[in-house]
Design a protein around this ligand. Structure first.
Ligand SMILES: [Zn+2]
Length: 382
């Protein structure tokens, strides 16, 4: 093997995050997206609009239940170099292979092998094959240990050079959001194909969440909460405080009918790239405003759910919102349209199943009512 062997500093950085768009924003986005759907599929979604809205925040709740949930909500794309959209492969296995590390352990030392400089080599393809066949089944596990025999058929290794080896997934720690969107789209299409209405609604609600997350500039950076630029708290300021104060009164949520997505991968990556394009403005405008605005009037204390919380004052929030020049509204509108596009595309790809005709709606409503205590807000068609 002639791979570049180098020492790799593996940092398991926990790129944490607060709840994107806040609960308010996520619910609003899923709810409004329903109205963009065409007549043929709208019945199922309208009948369950409360479910889709309420469960828009499930993925954020789940992140406490499994350590592998968090990485689905963001991608710290700027971690991967100056031109990350060129260097990060759009195929997940390629990305994991490119940035991962094989640790060959024998009695005396450990050899670290990486493939970041040899993307087109035969060795890279072998490593990729190994990861696809062995590691993918335990996806999101940071590190897996294998016996050397399992590596032999992929690499030209002498048994003596390795007593045990590990594969370390360095990539996923920094977020996998655009890949997750592909997984969700596939699952939703499959659910439509099998006409499993519970599953359709559950995945559609989740999908809406991840799509909306991808529209937030601060979900595409290592500096996700302004902690690297002295702006701690800017995450919730941008995505929760601003929509809560201004969305209902000022935003226009009429975004038109859902469109079919031809190239899904480009669509998902395009969302992330657009979001990342707004990042500098999000940070710079706030820094600039902070230096000009009366310091005493930047933070206020409000009572919420019985406790006092420190929040950006309304006047300060308004000034920031104005200087962002419609950015939050635009990202929210784009989220709504994209969520509807994804739902609609999955339905079309599944052959446009007719839920009225197969009589599923009434049956599923009863089951959902029992399970979630839902109330229908739209009358049945029959
Ligand atoms: Zn999230």
């Amino acid at each position: 093997m002639r791979n570049s062997i180098k020492f790799l500093l593996i940092l398991f950085v926990f790129s944490g995050f607060t709840s994107t768009w806040g609960f308010y924003g996520h619910r609003l986005i899923n709810r409004t997206a329903v109205y963009c759907l065409p007549g043929d599929m709208i019945n199922l979604f309208k009948s369950n609009i409360d479910y889709l809205s309420e469960h828009a925040v499930d993925p954020d709740k789940r992140r406490y239940a499994t350590p592998f949930e968090a990485v689905r909500h963001y991608i710290d794309i700027d971690h991967w170099g100056d031109r990350p959209f060129e260097s990060v492969p759009r195929n997940y296995v390629d990305a994991v292979t490119k940035f991962g590390a094989f640790l060959l352990v024998n009695d005396r030392d450990t050899t670290i092998i990486t493939f970041s400089d040899s993307e087109h080599s035969k060795e890279f393809q072998n490593a990729r094959k190994f990861i696809k066949n062995n590691w993918m089944s335990q996806r999101y596990e940071d590190e897996q240990t294998y016996v050397c025999d399992s590596l032999m058929k992929y690499f030209d290794l002498k048994a003596t050079t390795c007593s045990q080896f590990r594969f370390v997934d360095v990539f996923s720690t920094y977020g996998i959001l655009p890949y997750e969107l592909g997984v969700q789209q596939y699952r939703l299409t499959e659910a439509f194909q099998t006409r499993d209405v519970n599953r359709i609604l559950r995945i559609a609600a989740d999908m809406g969440h991840y799509i909306a997350d991808a529209h937030v500039p601060l979900h595409t950076t290592e500096n996700y909460n302004g902690q690297m630029s002295g702006q701690e708290g800017i995450h919730a300021f941008w995505e929760s405080r601003l929509p809560e104060l201004f969305a209902e009164e000022q935003y226009d949520f009429i975004v038109g009918q859902a469109d079919y997505i031809d190239d899904k991968e480009s669509f998902f990556w395009g969302i992330v790239e657009d979001s990342h394009g707004y990042l500098n403005k999000v940070l710079e405008v706030e820094l600039e405003l902070r230096s000009e605005y009366d310091e005493d009037k930047q933070y206020c204390y409000e009572k919420r759910l019985g406790s006092t919380v420190r929040l950006e004052c309304e006047g300060y929030a308004e000034a920031y919102h104005r200087r962002l020049d419609g950015m939050v509204e635009n990202r929210m509108r784009s989220s709504i349209k994209a969520v509807a596009d994804c739902w609609y595309t999955a339905w079309v790809d599944a052959g446009q199943p007719d839920f009225d005709r197969v009589g599923i709606i009434s049956e599923i409503d009863d089951r959902l009512d029992k399970a979630f205590g839902l109330k229908r807000i739209f009358g049945r068609k029959h």
